[in-house]
Design a protein around this ligand. Structure first.
Ligand SMILES: Cc1ncc(COP(=O)(O)O)c(C=O)c1O
Length: 357
């Protein structure tokens, strides 16, 4: 099979060094070797994210944490920000779990603002607020730190949940600075690993809340996951050990690069892409709220994005069309994980070449 450079917003290119970690001999997940591996991962996550919050790694994709939010944290009623396709999924998931939830809608391409969230919170008795940090469909980066501060100042007991699936490990995120009670991500995005693991950071207050919420499920029971780690430093069910090897190795690499340097590298790729896009078309997000891990570009020249991707495929590149209703109206370049500026320059050169510019 050909090797296409994945400049889509996940899964992104996983270096051979990480893929090879998965070919190690398996170990039992109830033995001392696994405990050492897993405790090491939890410690390294704490260092990279500069956090004292509890950490866990589940064998699942990131979406499970939308179900976990609904089943563990929403006691009576949640407010869910909807600014694109993935945040809409969170809103729907909370409703699907039989919990009350109101959407806080903003036009796609726009960001949530602290005052809008506070205004919505004043309307009803909410116990949970869920927002996406980096809306992968629109390429909007919500000002989550300002929003978290505003919420907790007035409503300290509200559970603040942030979907950081397409930003954690690329953007600079520290749970305590964001005031989150739950922040979650998946391995196939900025961690540049294969899909299959989700990573979550949760506060002690989240554990206390979960204790009070019935119907947490089995696989999705945060208390069970938390208590098992406290007692045994392992996972309650069989984890994907092979991916855990890869995650442990990648965390060493991420720590060696440094979280600020990683942020700068992502920012640099984003700024370059934004400048390139703005010279010919327009960025889709409102100015000042552009993601640093995925650039969503408004296709104001009416180019055929499907054809562009076919041509790029012949050159072993792949970018992403717009998501859902935004297909052909926008297109997306994922500059996350291990990509560097020279690779982005090369991709954009190829696009210009295909378009004859
Ligand atoms: C912002 C955001 N949230 C949630 C998801 C879903 O994550 P997963 O596919 O790991 O379940 C994605 C996937 O692209 C995403 O970008």
């Amino acid at each position: 099979m050909s090797h296409k450079r994945l400049l889509i917003p996940g899964p992104t290119e996983s270096p051979a060094e990480l893929l090879q970690q998965q070919s190690k001999w398996l170990i039992g997940h109830r033995g001392a070797d696994y405990t050492e591996l897993y405790v090491g991962i939890i410690d390294k996550l704490g260092k990279y994210f500069e956090t004292q919050h509890n950490r866990t790694v589940l064998t699942s994709s990131g979406t499970i944490w939308m179900d976990m939010t609904a089943r563990n944290l929403v006691k009576k009623k949640a407010l869910a920000g909807v600014c694109g396709a993935f945040s809409k999924r969170m809103y729907q998931t909370i409703g699907d779990a039989g919990k009350e939830v109101d959407p806080l809608n903003v036009e796609w391409g726009k960001a949530h603002k602290p005052d809008d969230v506070l205004e919505a919170l004043a309307q009803d008795d909410y116990d949970t607020v869920a927002l996406v940090h980096n809306e992968t469909s629109t390429g909007v980066r919500n000002p989550i730190e300002e929003i978290g501060r505003a919420i907790k100042k007035e409503y300290p007991d509200i559970m603040f949940v942030v979907d950081a699936v397409s930003s954690a490990g690329g953007d600079y995120l520290v749970p305590e600075k964001l005031n989150t009670d739950l922040m979650f991500t998946s391995t196939q995005k900025c961690f540049a690993l294969p899909p299959g693991l989700s990573i979550a950071f949760y506060s002690d207050a989240a554990v206390a809340r979960a204790k009070e919420v019935p119907g947490r499920g089995h696989y999705t029971d945060l208390m069970a996951i938390h208590n098992y780690y406290q007692k045994k430093q392992q996972n309650p069910t069989t984890p994907n050990v092979s991916l855990m090897f890869a995650l442990s190795h990648q965390l060493d690499r991420m720590l060696a690069e440094g979280n600020q340097a990683r942020y700068q590298r992502h920012n640099e790729m984003a700024k370059y892409t934004q400048k390139w896009a703005s010279q010919k078309m327009e960025m889709f997000p409102e100015p000042g709220y552009e993601s640093i891990t995925v650039s969503t570009i408004a296709n104001t020249l009416g180019k055929n994005i499907g054809d562009l991707n076919k041509e790029l495929g012949k050159r072993n590149y792949q970018i992403a069309n717009g998501y859902g209703d935004l297909k052909e109206k926008t297109f997306r370049i994922g500059h996350m994980g291990e990509w560097t500026l020279p690779e982005i320059k090369s991709l954009l050169w190829h696009i210009d070449d295909i378009w004859g510019e």
